[in-house]
Design a protein around this ligand. Structure first.
Ligand code: GDP
Ligand code: ZN
Length: 461
């Protein structure tokens, strides 16, 4: 972790942009109270008790003009979000006044905060670890209740605690190995090796368990990329509209209308979907349509889930068969639409459908059968591991990558023991694992990583 000396005082609007009734200009740093006091009339902020909220006016010290009527919270270090002195100016006059208040503190000693700089300070001052900082980011971006709950669980530090505990176990093992190296004459090698093996295997199990939460964690956070495919006119756009509860895609009777790929967010029982409606995937000579088809193929390849739509009121065509084959190896749900019309085929008579996973019959037009699709999505992707109470959950690719590296290091420990490698080599792998886990919480993360992570935040956080 970088050495902390002294920070300057930063300021930013820390409420979302837009016309909210109240906005907050937040200052953090050693001169926060003094700077705020310089631009305030009606109360002496340097004299008020910490953690109080005070009524006053922000004025322009040069002209004495009143900028806004405000409530000012004064919170002195260290019991603040950043562990520095924090002042929050609650403005009332809409965005224009809020911007003026910000400009006023900026021209009287504060510096405009970079995105994420408040949270970065909280991290650098030891108030939170990296997994918690990441969840601050996730809370800000949370799209659904589930994502919010997950982010809050992590903010509470459950992942951090588990990682800390595993690192402590590794540290103990390293201690034992060290004793072996320093006092080989006391070494009962066989017992120690067995103990080491058992302990390492136990940690690997726990890493595996954490990694198992990653898929759900990532889906909750980032959404499930879902491609809706099918030949023209089977009802893809109608289905997309139903799932998204909005009229976004164009629904028409002309085959091949949806030329472009249309994206739409939907929320299935708290699981966010990124729906992609594709033009019919088929060989075509029409140039415009060809672009759509290429993109559709791409959308299918990149999808976490494919919704393959068939028209139940017409016989299947070679094109339907092709789509069935094309997606055979993917996580998919086969949907037979237009169930309100007379069926044109029986699925058990169609070889590609006969031994199929569950088929789902719907009528997009009559809005029937949608909840079966939703149930199937839950079944395919969601065992509820991630949402179990207070469970440590891995939520992003960075954490997954480090956990995999940590696991690989431990596997190399086991391989080293099996090959009767010198104990120093085992020690290196154990140390690597300890460091990789430390990078998850930020204890051993390099400076550039920290800078890069925090730059993803919104302004004012
Ligand atoms: P896409 O080309 O696959 O996107 O299909 P659309 O969603 O544009 O629908 C094509 C046509 O089928 C439209 O006229 C829809 O009204 C009609 N359609 C869609 N779903 C159903 C359904 O469940 N039943 C009936 N009878 N017609 C439907
Ligand atoms: Zn369409």
């Amino acid at each position: 972790m970088p050495e902390i000396t002294e920070f300057d005082t930063i300021a930013a609007i820390s409420t979302p942009a837009g016309e909210g009734a109240i906005a907050i200009v937040r200052l953090s740093g050693p001169s926060a109270v003094e700077i705020a006091n310089r631009v305030t009339r009606g109360v002496n902020l340097t004299q008020v008790a910490s953690h109080t909220i005070n009524y006053g006016h922000v004025i322009d010290p040069q002209t004495q003009a009143v900028v806004d009527e405000v409530m000012i919270s004064v919170m002195r270090a260290p019991k603040t979000f950043t562990r520095e002195d924090v002042v929050e100016i609650n403005t009332h006059g809409g965005m224009v006044a809020t911007n003026l208040v910000l400009q006023t503190v900026l021209s009287h000693g504060a510096r405009l905060a970079e995105p994420g700089e408040f949270t970065k300070r909280a991290f650098l001052n030891g108030r939170i670890d990296l997994t918690q900082a990441e969840s601050v980011m996730d809370v800000i971006r949370a799209q659904t209740d589930r994502a919010m709950q997950q982010a809050l669980n992590q903010l509470d530090g459950s992942l951090q605690r588990l990682i800390k505990q595993l690192r402590q176990e590794l540290m103990d093992l390293l201690g034992q190995v060290e004793v072996n190296i320093d006092y080989p004459e006391y070494d009962n090698a066989e017992v120690t090796t067995k103990q080491l093996q058992a302990a390492v295997q136990k940690i690997i199990q726990q890493l595996d368990h954490l990694l198992a939460t990653a898929q759900e964690g990532q889906i909750i956070n980032e959404g499930l990329r879902t491609a809706i495919i099918g030949k023209p006119n089977v009802g893809k756009s109608s289905l997309l509209n139903l799932l998204a509860h909005q009229d976004r895609a164009i629904v028409t009777d002309v085959a091949g209308t949806t030329r472009d790929v249309i994206e739409q967010a939907a929320n299935v029982h708290g699981i966010p979907l990124q729906l992609v409606d594709t033009a019919g995937i088929r060989e075509t000579s029409n140039k415009v349509e060809k672009i759509g088809v290429d993109r559709s193929l791409q959308a299918v390849q990149q999808a976490d889930l494919v919704l393959l739509v068939l028209d139940g009121s017409r016989s299947l065509t070679a094109e339907d068969q092709r789509l069935l084959q094309l997606t055979a190896d993917q996580k998919r749900i086969i949907i037979i639409n237009k169930n309100d019309l007379t069926p044109a085929f029986a699925p058990q008579d169609v070889p590609e459908l006969a031994q199929q996973e569950e088929l789902i019959f719907i009528s997009a037009q009559e809005q029937k059968g949608i909840e079966q699709i939703e149930k199937q999505i839950q079944k395919l992707f969601f065992q509820g591991i991630a949402t179990a109470q207070k469970q440590a959950v891995v939520t992003n690719a960075r954490q997954v990558g480090l956990l995999k590296q940590a696991k690989a290091s431990l596997e190399s420990v086991l391989a080293g023991i099996a090959a009767q490698m010198p104990i120093d080599l085992v020690q290196i792998d154990l140390t690597n694992c300890w460091e990789q886990l430390g990078a998850i919480t930020g204890e051993t993360a390099p400076d550039e990583l920290i800078t890069q992570l925090f730059s993803q935040f919104c302004l004012g956080k």
